[in-house]
Write a protein that binds this ligand. Sequence first.
Ligand SMILES: NC(=O)c1ccc[n+]([C@@H]2O[C@H](COP(=O)([O-])OP(=O)(O)OC[C@H]3O[C@@H](n4cnc5c(N)ncnc54)[C@H](OP(=O)(O)O)[C@@H]3O)[C@@H](O)[C@H]2O)c1
Length: 262
Amino acid sequence: MGIEEEEVVELRDGYVFPFALWGMFVVVVLIYFGTRVSAPFGRHIRRGWGPSMSVREAWIVMQSPALFVLALVYHHGQHHLATVPHVLLRLFQLHYINRCLIYPFRIRSEGKAMPILVCVFFCLFNVLNAYLQARWISHYGTYPTSWLRSPQFVLGVALFFLGLGINIWADSVLLSLRADKHDRSYRIPRGFLFEYVSCPNYLGEIMEWFGWALMTSSFAGLGFFLAVTAILVPRAAVHHQWYLKKFSNYPASRKALIPFLY
Ligand SMILES: NC(=O)c1ccc[n+]([C@@H]2O[C@H](COP(=O)([O-])OP(=O)(O)OC[C@H]3O[C@@H](n4cnc5c(N)ncnc54)[C@H](OP(=O)(O)O)[C@@H]3O)[C@@H](O)[C@H]2O)c1
């Protein structure tokens, strides 16, 4: 690509990035009001959302932009060879390797479906988010190597790993509640954080992206954290209500998402 062509691409991207960033905050508001209706998958699946596809394929399709779009956009950034952007890239990929390539094969939901509409929504959301995060960390953001010793980074990375650990552990507990892939029943999860909240997997996920927002100290990171929160806080509330209705012996002291508080 010649220098002039590169300048044109840069100029166009100069409009695309702020537009995408504003788009993310608009999406946060839309999700916040939209999730008053619980997303129709898993235990909340219901008729009226059009054709559906297998849950496993849906998870792979909707999460894959977070790996592929991220890698593509990242490598076009002016700082793509720098140390800190590289560390940030690997952390983001760590989460999505699990979510896109490992988690879908652990699901015990044989024959269960997800509306294609939900899959398309999350897929588009992940395209937007992968572009924003990758373009910020490898191109618009400036992170000297000393950033790795900054309080924002150290605290952010600690929260990220703590959240990732909680998320994977809690998902594993939930997935192990079913005897095999044909079992579709629900049971009361127990042990450690499940004694305090119904959805520690969501709590872990929210902690992770709060850590990411700190680590990157960016509007892109903040936008993603707010979007995850707007999706998962109301979902935790409806999961919790569902448990209370379904099981008469559901522990009364358990909260939805935040121990002792909510
Ligand atoms: N970043 C984001 O915006 C975002 C958005 C959504 C989800 N996620 C993450 O994706 C993961 C899965 O989300 P999800 O909403 O599907 O979580 P979920 O409702 O907690 O379900 C997780 C898995 O465990 C099964 N399961 C849950 N509770 C169960 C119970 N009491 N007994 C038996 N099986 C049970 C579910 O089966 P069924 O599917 O059959 O109910 C599903 O396969 C979570 O780690 C979440 O944090 C992230």
